[in-house]
Structures are given as structure tokens and as C-alpha cells.
Design a protein around this ligand. Structure first.
Ligand code: SF4
Ligand code: SF4
Length: 493
């Protein structure tokens, strides 16, 4: 039998392992500084654990594989599906291409992500923390690796207490090398989002990549190794602001992982053949504490450390099955459901409340605005800057001339030809500085912004001090236009 555990004969179908634990949040500790007690999470088995393996596989696959996905955008564009092109000042996401002036798409995405997180927090509590937060996912992966090299909870505790030996050194070395490989792969995957992944990979291996790439890989490797291997639950408890924010988003109808006190207490070990009358269903085996990656005892009530990973539900359900009692002594419920249960009423989950409807409404609104903006996104643009010094020039024939810098944006990956005209100024002559008479025509390269200097001349001299006008570019291939406002300055006061 492993150290720190004994087998309690429950008199039921199977015997239950009882674990000695020292939860990190013992209430009697009132010191302002709490020395960290190392946590040795035991392997849990059950539906929630399987779901966590599934989420881990999906999220890690997305993270590591995405930079290697290709997306054909034509001959003059990168073919990486997801690319943050900092030198080119573009963000590519499959068929979407975001230019710097379209940064509102990123802002919209962040707002959308925040609203989804708020709705999740109000509905199912810290589901994000328990299943898909990177800190949770990588810590879970690092614990799995640790378990592979050093064994489950009790074996790891024994190994840490054991004197130095070749065997112990070998296990620790294997674990740390594995952790470092994962950490390097994690940092490496991150830089691939910022450059063509196959090219950067060959440059990295040939030690020919930019110095910044090695620096970022080093930084992210260090963070992954330290956060996943050593700091683990400390990051969630002390560094992450989300538990505090999340507490403000939840209410009495938010699903949380809850110990059913009415049913579980009074707790105590259970002997073979003993009656369950006059006692609770909790056999005080501490399995729920042993599997907890945060090292807490859910029976002490709601705690800020709890990430709602539900592993204690799996552990306790396994125990309940062995002792022949109904499952979900620990389960997902709301505070209101717990009260209803205590009053003998049928617990009822209230999904639709003011805050959930508000968050869902905002998600729908922001999503619709973004979709509309995406579908009506212009692939050409014009910007005009009026020359300030001088504001206007009076020519020898009395006409008035203004100078402008016109900036034309071609967002397509092909050459395009645009004709420029102005509207709102009768009889105006527009021409490129140094160009021929007649409306100027500009050829703009693929995925490019070009600037041109132009003169606009109005027959004078009766030109007001300021007059609104519009600059219009027309794509000669299809007649599409883009318009921007400006003004024409004259001498009249
Ligand atoms: S709540 Fe369940 S797992 Fe936890 S000590 Fe009681 S019986 Fe064991
Ligand atoms: S108490 Fe349960 S749900 Fe909360 S962190 Fe521990 S194992 Fe996960």
C-alpha cells in the first residue's frame, strides 16, 4: 500500500483508498505569508477527466499546427493561413486580411472574446480556467509528463522524500528534459505565427534566423517551463486577476463545483455492513483533495483557488460508486439549486437572467456589426491631405490653385488602375504635379499604398475662403469608386 494512504473497508462493493492530505488553505493559518506546500495531484478518472484530455488535445493541436496551415491568396501574398506580418503591417486570418487602419476589427474581436468570457463566467463559472486556459492546459500536460516519469501521487511523494540516487536523478532528468522540449516547442510555435513557418524553421535550425526570433523563443520557453513545471497553481491563485474579476461576474445562479453539505455531513469513515442512517455520504477518504490540482478541499466551501476543473467530481463519483451511494455528492450546481435541494425542492437551473441575456445580446450585436463590416469591407481606399503652406496660389490668369497629397490604397493582390476626379468644384482642373492635362490615372501595385501629389485649379478669382469638395477614385476595371472629403481654399473673405 502506498505511503500516506490506507484502505478503509466501507462494507460496500469495493474498498476505498483513504489519503492523508494537507490542503493548502487550512483556515487556521492566518499568516500574511503562506509558504508554498508542493501539491502532488493524483490521477483522476471519469467523464470530466476525459473531457479535459479532449480539450487539451484540441487546444494544443490548434496552437502547434495553425502556423503550418496554408491558404492560397494568389501570387503576391503570403500563403500562411494565420500570419501576423509585422514588417508588412498586416494580419492574415484565412480569407480575412486586416490592414493597420482596420484595427477596429481586432478591437471588435477582443470585445467579442471578452463578452463570450463574461457569458461563460456568468453561466458556468470558471469553465475557462478549468478546461481551456493556457496555464491550465500546459500545467496539465506537465503533470502528465511528471506522472509518466515519476509515477502517480504517492510515488512522486516517495521519490521526493527519497535520498539522492542514480534512479532518482534519472527520473528527474527525464522529466526536466521532456518539460524543456515541450517548452521549446511552445516558444517555437509562437514565433511561427509572425513569419513564414517553413522558412523560419529552416532558418532557425541553420542558426540563420533573426536574433529577435531566438530571444522570443528563449523568453517563451522559460515562461512555459517555469509556469507549467514549477509555479502551476501559484499563477492562478496569486498572479492571475481573473478569479477576482470572475467573482464579480457570477451570481447565485452560476454553476459552480459544489459539495452537497446536506447530503455529505456528518462525514466519517464507513465500516463494512454499517448503516448509512444518521450520517452523511462522505466517507472522508480525501480522494477529492488528492486529485485537486489546486490542493484545496472543496468541502470547505467556495474558494478563490478553485478553477472548476471538476476532477474532484470524478474522484468522488468513483468513491460513491464503490460505496454504493448515488453520484454527485460533489457536482456542478448553483447556490440557488443547493438551497432548493436543501429545502426538498427540485433544483432548477436558471440560464436566462438579466446578465446572461445582456452578454448574449452584446455578443450578437458586436458579432453582427463585425460581420457587416467584414462583408462590406472596401478593397480600395483614398485619403487626401491638403497642403498647408501655402494654402492656395493665385496664378497669373487669376485662377486659384491648391496642392494635395493623395494616398491610394489597393488591398487586392493584383495591379489596379484608378482615375482621380474631384466633385463639388465646378470647372476645376485636376492634374498630377508634373503630369499631363486631363484627369490623372494612377497604377497602384498589389497590396500597396501609394502617395501622389496633385494640383486642383479653380477658375478664379471669386473663390471663397474655404469650400468643401470630394476626391473620388474610380477603378477602371470595374467602375467601383472610393470617396473622401476635403476642402478647397481661396482668397475671398
Ligand atoms: S467528498 Fe467524496 S471524495 Fe471527498 S472525502 Fe468525501 S467521499 Fe471522499
Ligand atoms: S476543488 Fe475540485 S473543481 Fe476546484 S480546483 Fe479542486 S478539483 Fe478542481
Amino acid at each position: 500500500m502506498p505511503e500516506g494512504a490506507d484502505m478503509t473497508d466501507t462494507g460496500s462493493r469495493s474498498r476505498v483508498e483513504t489519503v492523508d492530505v494537507a490542503p493548502v488553505n487550512k483556515k487556521e493559518n492566518r499568516s500574511l505569508y503562506k509558504k508554498r506546500e508542493k501539491i502532488y495531484p493524483k490521477r483522476a478518472q471519469g467523464g470530466f477527466r476525459k473531457f479535459k484530455w479532449f480539450v487539451m488535445a484540441v487546444t494544443l493541436t490548434i496552437y502547434y499546427v495553425t502556423p503550418w496551415l496554408r491558404w492560397d491568396r494568389g501570387p503576391n501574398a503570403p500563403d500562411q493561413a494565420v500570419l501576423i506580418d509585422l514588417p508588412g503591417r498586416r494580419f492574415y486570418f484565412f480569407f480575412i486580411e486586416i490592414w493597420p487602419q482596420e484595427v477596429f476589427f481586432i478591437a471588435g474581436l477582443l470585445i467579442l472574446a471578452a463578452m463570450v468570457l463574461f457569458l461563460t463566467a456568468a453561466t458556468v463559472g470558471r469553465a475557462w480556467c478549468g478546461y481551456s486556459c493556457p496555464q491550465t492546459v500546459w500545467t496539465d500536460l506537465f503533470i502528465a509528463v511528471e506522472r509518466f516519469w515519476e509515477g502517480d501521487r504517492n510515488a512522486r511523494m516517495r521519490l521526493d522524500r527519497a535520498p539522492a540516487s542514480v534512479g532518482k536523478f534519472g527520473k528527474k532528468l527525464g522529466k526536466h528534459i521532456s518539460w524543456l522540449l515541450i517548452a521549446v516547442a511552445t516558444g517555437g510555435a509562437w514565433v511561427f505565427y509572425f513569419a513564414d513557418a517553413p522558412t523560419l524553421a529552416s532558418e532557425l535550425f541553420a542558426l540563420d534566423a533573426q536574433f529577435a526570433a531566438y530571444v522570443w523563443i528563449g523568453i517563451l520557453t522559460a515562461f512555459t517551463y517555469v509556469f507549467g513545471g514549477f509555479m502551476r497553481e501559484q499563477v492562478c491563485t496569486y498572479m492571475c486577476p481573473w478569479p477576482r474579476i470572475q467573482a464579480a461576474l457570477a451570481d447565485e445562479d452560476t454553476l459552480i463545483v459544489n459539495y452537497n453539505v446536506e447530503r455529505g455531513e456528518p462525514r466519517g469513515s464507513h465500516k463494512a455492513g454499517e448503516s448509512w442512517e444518521g450520517r452523511g455520504d462522505c466517507v472522508d477518504c480525501n480522494q477529492c483533495v488528492a486529485v485537486c490540482p489546486m490542493g484545496i478541499d472543496i468541502r470547505d466551501g467556495q474558494q478563490i483557488e478553485c478553477i472548476s476543473c471538476a476532477l474532484c467530481i470524478d474522484a468522488c463519483n468513483g468513491v460513491m460508486e464503490k460505496v454504493g451511494r448515488p453520484p454527485n455528492l460533489i457536482g456542478y450546481s448553483t447556490l440557488n439549486m443547493a438551497d432548493q435541494d436543501a429545502r426538498g425542492e427540485t433544483p432548477r437551473f436558471r440560464m436566462f437572467r438579466g446578465r446572461t441575456v445582456l452578454y448574449a445580446g452584446m455578443i450578437a450585436l458586436v458579432g453582427a456589426i463585425m460581420l457587416y463590416a467584414l462583408l462590406t469591407r472596401s478593397v480600395m481606399d483614398i485619403g487626401v491631405q491638403h497642403q498647408r503652406n501655402p494654402l492656395f496660389t493665385t496664378l497669373s490668369d487669376g485662377s486659384i490653385r491648391n496642392a494635395y497629397t493623395v494616398r491610394i490604397t489597393n488591398k487586392l493582390h493584383e495591379d489596379r488602375t484608378f482615375r482621380l476626379r474631384v466633385e463639388g468644384l465646378a470647372g476645376a482642373d485636376v492634374r498630377r504635379i508634373g503630369g499631363d492635362a486631363g484627369l490623372p490615372v494612377f497604377r497602384v501595385g498589389p497590396d500597396t499604398i501609394e502617395s501622389y501629389r496633385v494640383f486642383v485649379t479653380s477658375p478664379g478669382p471669386d473663390v471663397p475662403a474655404s469650400r468643401d469638395l470630394e476626391f473620388v477614385i474610380e477603378d477602371l476595371a470595374n467602375g467601383n469608386t472610393a470617396i473622401t472629403d476635403s476642402s478647397f481654399k481661396g482668397p475671398q473673405r
